[in-house]
Write a protein that binds this ligand. Structure first.
Ligand SMILES: Cc1cc2nc3c(=O)[nH]c(=O)nc-3n(C[C@H](O)[C@H](O)[C@H](O)COP(=O)(O)OP(=O)(O)OC[C@H]3O[C@@H](n4cnc5c(N)ncnc54)[C@H](O)[C@@H]3O)c2cc1C
Length: 413
């Protein structure tokens, strides 16, 4: 393979110092195995990498945080964006410009200085661009809509150079980039995203013990039927490991957490949550917190680990869906399964001002499941079994909550 010209960042091949570090990320399962990794430092570096892949007919992939790696690269060129993490907030226009490798934590902090909030999600370490290319369901999703809906412009590296893509310049490419990823052989170098005037929220996680989880799922269905869009909630249920780093009230138990984030007043939020708390015993409390701490409501693990997972958007949360989820991937499952149920609707369901590629936007719920990779085909098999069982209510997946399915299928063969 010939040399790659005019790149300022490191260009590494297998065996070079730093090659393995450059490939590392949050997802430890099925890492990329490129022939060449380019640690880009500028848009020009990204164009050089994209052009090199095109000139040599090589497959191309991009990695920021490694949270979402789905299909690992075998050979070819990997663009590693972690050095491109510039963030610039324009408070008057309420817009942030982020470079390709920026993570949500940086944007949340920069926007908070101006009393603004981005459409960020549950994990501060997730990359802004990867999340937004796949739609993006945030902590306040029902109020702020899909992250993709809020994109103003995208800078796209192509073999011929950078294209500043807007609704006016390239309507079809602009539509695709917002919900359906990048065209093959290209990479995003920067994005402009609208911010919202949100400084403080009311929220928290309410815990529900295993014996009450079936009642919680039934109550959640009724409760979410009629909520204002300033309240976004979701459920995460899992068997917490019996390990010292797990909080004492969760350690070694199957617990569901109802995660709530609201821009309503404390009194209004408490009033809205009261019927759910009356229906099932919960522990934990809601509190006022700065948006900059919103991700603490989810308390996602920040340590890298190997996982696989899938999802489907639901046309309704039928009691049969709840029953199948608990039966197949609940407390009795042969491997640890993290069940997720996000309440959608509100601003997520409204068409954006400029059309984008977000699919199934009118789905009222998102069902997801995630397991640790254990070298067997059990997690993949259980996930498929669940997806088959809920197929009558499924609309199809959303890109962001698919993790390593390709690898799971390989293990099953
Ligand atoms: C713990 C956890 C919590 C999460 N929470 C949420 C949530 O609340 N809401 C939500 O919507 N999603 C959530 N996700 C899903 C997440 O948004 C996706 O996995 C997303 O793809 C991660 O992007 P990344 O850049 O961080 O990851 P990476 O694995 O680095 O990248 C993922 C993919 O994004 C694409 N990509 C990234 N950067 C570029 C670029 N510059 N140009 C072109 N393509 C690029 C590539 O296809 C790449 O394969 C979560 C995931 C995890 C693991």
């Amino acid at each position: 393979m010939s040399a790659i010209d005019n790149v300022e960042g490191p260009v590494l091949r297998p065996g070079d110092d730093g090659f393995d570090d450059e490939l590392s990320g949050y997802q430890l399962a099925h890492p990329h195995r490129p022939d060449l990794v380019v640690g880009v430092t500028s848009a020009a570096d990204v164009v050089a990498a994209v052009r090199y892949a095109a000139d040599h007919g090589l497959p191309l992939a991009v990695q920021t945080s490694g949270h979402g790696r789905e299909v690992p690269l075998a050979g070819g060129v990997l663009i590693s964006t972690r050095r491109m993490d510039g963030v610039r907030v324009d408070p008057a226009a309420r817009v942030v410009r982020v470079e390709a490798g920026t993570r949500w934590a940086q944007v949340v902090a920069a926007a908070a200085e101006h009393g603004l909030a981005p459409p960020s999600g549950s994990a501060p370490g997730v990359g802004v661009v990867g999340y937004t290319l796949g739609g993006g369901i945030g902590v306040l999703a029902r109020e702020l809509g899909w992250a993709s809906d809020r994109v103003r412009s995208v800078e796209l590296a192509m073999p011929v150079g950078i294209r500043h893509v807007t609704a006016g310049s390239d309507p079809e490419v602009f539509r695709t980039l917002r919900g359906a990823g990048t065209p093959p052989g290209t990479a995003v170098t920067a994005m402009e995203i609208e911010l919202a005037p949100v400084e403080r929220i009311h929220g928290g996680a309410l815990s529900v013990a295993q014996e009450h989880v079936p009642a919680l799922l039934a109550a959640y269905r009724d409760w979410t039927a009629d909520l204002p869009e300033f309240l976004t909630s979701s459920i995460g249920a899992l068997p917490y490991p019996d390990l010292p780093m797990v909080p004492a009230h969760l350690r070694g138990r199957y617990v569901a957490q109802v995660r709530i984030a609201s821009t309503g007043s404390a009194a209004e939020t408490q009033r809205l949550v009261a019927p759910l708390r009356a229906a099932v015993p919960t522990t934990g409390a809601l509190a006022e917190l700065p948006y900059a701490q919103a991700a603490t409501i989810f308390a996602e693990p920040d340590q890298p680990h190997p996982y696989t997972g899938t999802n489907t958007m639901l046309r309704e949360f039928d009691p049969a869906v709840a029953a199948a989820a608990l039966e197949i991937t609940g407390p009795g499952a042969p491997v640890m399964c993290v069940l997720g149920l996000r309440h959608l609707g509100g601003a997520l369901a409204r068409p954006p001002a400029v059309p984008d590629a977000v699919a199934h936007r009118d789905a009222p719920y998102l069902l997801s499941v995630l397991s640790l990779v254990d070298g067997t085909d059990v997690p993949g098999r259980l996930h498929r079994e669940l997806m088959d069982a809920v197929a009558p209510w499924s609309l199809g997946p959303t890109p962001n909550f698919r993790f390593g399915e390709e690898a799971a299928r390989e293990w099953a063969r």
